[in-house]
Design a protein around this ligand. Structure first.
Ligand code: UTP
Length: 289
């Protein structure tokens, strides 16, 4: 099994980040030096992905523009000798082969992934959520692809979350296979009290086999009236092997204000250009209390 294609759903409303998401895609918000989405694409590329389909909507064409050249601006930067800025503007377009499709109605994550059928064809493919950034020594998607290849299976990125947090995620029923890798045998989206299978929650990364598309096409709306990817995966794991990988690394949900702030602080602290300033600022603030 070789995984060379990735799908990034980025067509959600971003209601937790309003009002800015009324006209600015949350995936392009500036986070410690570059847009959120660029971190996710860099992870995909570092994991061996070559072709990337980004699922957008009519309010998000700025995403297509970002992963394109900008001859006017590049010419101006070249003429004024701004080599660093020129590279920053030019290089994102060359990270991968980019494809774009619109989800004409935001009917849910499963519905968005269903739009990728023509792009994916008959190969296994990766899904990376457009607002979840991962920081890990080995890229998280690479960890999933390795397990998917080893077991000839679909793979879910999971980590343990607290009982209180579980109702915001999908809970997976797992059976141990090896350290950090489980067989996934069932799952539920946003479990209510007493409904969770385990504290392992799916966190923003998947490797899927193309048989998921037939399932999505026949899926009824689930939690929140949306076509849920988890409902499709629940059926997929009954038909074909699926593993859950308790990945090494940290996930930042940049789709909510606290997660966005956490990622901004964490990445700014590590950046040699901003880290020393941030440390001094936080110390000064702590001293004022
Ligand atoms: P989220 O629930 O995190 O995104 O979906 P959202 O719907 O934009 O967020 P809120 O709740 O309104 O704040 C997870 C991922 O699925 C995509 C989102 O863009 C995000 O990357 N998504 C969700 C779609 O592409 N289409 C949809 O219909 C729903």
């Amino acid at each position: 099994m070789k995984v060379k294609k990735a799908v990034i759903p980025a067509a959600g409303w971003g209601t937790r980040m309003l009002p800015v998401t009324k006209s600015v895609p949350k995936e392009l918000l500036y986070l410690a030096g570059k847009p959120v989405l660029q971190y996710i694409i860099e992870e995909a590329v570092a994991s061996g992905i070559e072709d990337i389909l980004i699922i957008t909507n009519r309010g998000k064409s700025a995403i297509d523009d970002y992963f394109d050249y900008h001859p006017d601006l590049e010419g101006k930067l070249a003429n004024s000798g701004k080599a660093k800025e020129l590279a920053q503007v030019h290089n994102p377009a060359d990270l991968a082969n980019f494809y774009f499709i619109r989800q004409k109605e935001a009917k849910g994550l499963g519905h968005a992934v269903g739009k990728a059928r023509g792009f994916v064809g008959n190969e296994p493919f990766a899904v990376l959520l457009g607002d979840d950034i991962m920081q890990a020594e080995t890229p998280v998607l690479r960890q999933l692809i390795d397990a998917a290849e080893r077991y000839e299976a679909s793979a879910l990125g999971v980590q343990k979350v607290s009982d209180q947090a579980l109702s915001r995620y999908s809970s997976v029923k797992v059976e141990p296979l090896e350290e950090k890798v489980f067989r996934a045998t069932d799952m539920i989206e946003k479990p209510g009290p007493g409904q969770a299978f385990s504290n392992y929650a799916i966190l923003g990364r998947y490797v899927l086999t193309p048989d998921v598309f037939d399932i999505i096409e026949n899926l009824k709306p689930g939690y929140g009236g949306e076509i849920q990817l988890t409902d499709a995966l629940q059926q997929l794991c009954l038909r074909s092997p699926m593993v859950a990988v308790d990945f090494e690394g940290r996930r930042y949900d940049t789709g909510n204000p606290i997660g966005f702030l956490e990622a901004t602080l964490e990445f700014s602290a590590r950046d040699p250009e901003t880290g020393p300033w941030l440390e001094a600022y936080l110390k000064e603030r702590a001293g004022q209390k």
